[in-house]
Design a protein around this ligand. Structure first.
Ligand SMILES: Nc1ncnc2c1ncn2[C@@H]1O[C@H](COP(=O)(O)OP(=O)(O)O)[C@@H](O)[C@H]1O
Ligand SMILES: CC(=O)OP(=O)(O)O
Ligand SMILES: [Mg+2]
Length: 387
């Protein structure tokens, strides 16, 4: 039996995206995709193979091993899972120690576990997936690909908070996330015709959202820092906030840590400002003024962060939109771009509406693009590099 399949898991804050790849001639070819969506019960796994959409309702969603067992029983009817060579996982936080993908061993898993407190919405899912796959396929190698690794190239000044040095030395510094997505975008930029050395800001706008400044394929800055809260507002996360607000909540207002954490990660952002909804599709449909206010704040903060990152890059030649919102919401792309006209960006409304690769006008000095991201292909490629 030839072991020529790679299974990938991308544990995000609201979904687990699954990929299945065949290894051929030292590269990976996608053969199936799936998603487990935790936003709306009843949970289901949806799979796409050979242009066919298949879905399977999942009971016992609380027990991930049981859930995956059901999914794989079903998948085994479509694909021979004895061909599995490696299982690759997205792991959001690699701290300062993981600057590239690793094979999961007892020792690396313990280090990944120790970093879980820094990414409470993500890391626990990845760890549960790794343990579930160990239980189901004990002989199959597993690998971890880290969001933070792509940003290891950021300069010391970009990585540092203005806090006492001793805290920085204990790891309280800026890391940056969504690195698998940005690594994919860095590769895809070759198809845009931009010259080498172009100063690019990529905007990964999904449930979690961040921006990355990149040049010549490497990260120079990111809007996310120590945790997945910093930077722009997200579906349910606040983005950067005056730390004095937290002092006020925990001091005079008497909030405890758990309450503050829930507010920052789960009750803020688009959901918090609108007061009723985290999904931009619903917000853009709504005629409630709070919905418009949430979208306006989102776009205002994105544009501000683009300008800050352009300063790190020493200029601005291209803007890339990606992930759920970046790829599918022309109105949000237009509202962000309008705020960046002064930096030399003008969109082509028809190209933007159509979601073309290039959405800036031909006479726009700064070019803008829509590039669908593919974190799974990066996880698969990194897993292949470790077998
Ligand atoms: N087809 C679509 N059309 C419009 N907006 C979309 C679409 N798909 C996703 N979105 C937006 O993107 C968000 C989720 O982005 P996504 O990148 O899929 O999230 P995740 O961070 O979970 O990977 C949704 O909340 C919604 O605002
Ligand atoms: C890092 C992060 O926020 O990831 P996601 O967008 O998948 O939630
Ligand atoms: Mg995501």
């Amino acid at each position: 039996m030839e072991r020529d399949l790679i299974l990938t898991f991308n544990a995000g804050s609201s979904t687990i995206k699954i990929g299945l790849y065949e290894i051929a001639c030292d590269t990976t070819h996608p053969i199936a995709r799936g998603v487990i969506d935790f936003r709306d019960a009843p949970f289901e796994i949806r799979l796409t193979k050979d242009d066919r959409q298949l879905s399977w309702p999942l009971a016992e969603a609380d027990d991930l091993t049981a859930l995956l067992h059901q999914a794989f029983n079903w998948l085994a009817g479509q694909i021979d899972l004895d061909r599995l060579a490696v299982v690759g996982h997205r792991v959001v936080h690699g701290g300062g120690e993981f600057t590239g993908p690793v094979v999961v061993t007892d020792e690396t898993l313990a280090r990944i576990q120790a970093l879980a407190v820094l990414a409470p919405l993500h890391q626990p899912h990845s760890i549960r997936l790794i343990r579930a796959m160990r239980a189901l396929y004990p002989d199959v190698r597993q690998t971890a690909s880290f969001d933070t690794a792509f940003h290891a190239t950021n300069a010391p000044v970009v990585r540092r908070f203005a806090i006492p040095r001793a805290l920085h030395d204990q790891g309280i510094r800026r890391y940056g996330f969504h690195g698998l997505s940005y690594r994919f975008i860095a590769g895809a930029l070759r198809d845009t015709g931009l010259p080498p050395g172009a100063r690019i800001v990529a905007a990964h706008l999904g449930s979690g959202a961040s921006l990355c400044g990149m040049q010549d394929g490497i990260s120079r800055d990111s809007s996310m820092g120590f945790s997945t809260i910093e930077g722009i507002p997200m579906a349910t996360r606040s983005g950067a906030l005056d730390p004095g607000v937290i002092l006020h909540l925990m001091g005079p207002m008497g909030w405890d840590l758990a309450r503050v954490e829930t507010m920052l990660y789960r009750e803020s952002g688009l959901l918090g400002v609108s007061g009723f909804e985290a999904d931009t599709r619903e917000l853009l449909e709504s005629d409630r003024p709070e919905a418009a206010e949430a979208i306006e704040l989102f776009c205002h903060r994105i544009a501000g962060e683009v300008a800050r990152i352009a300063s790190t890059l020493g200029g601005f030649d291209g803007l890339v939109f990606t992930a759920g919102i970046g790829e599918h919401q022309p109105r949000i792309r237009a509202m962000v771009a309008e705020r960046l006209g002064w930096l030399g960006l003008t969109l082509d409304p028809a190209a933007n509406e159509a979601g073309a690769l290039r959405i800036s006008r031909s006479d726009s000095r700064v070019k803008a693009f829509v590039i669908p991201t593919d974190e799974e292909s990066i996880i698969a490629a990194e897993a292949l590099s470790l077998i």
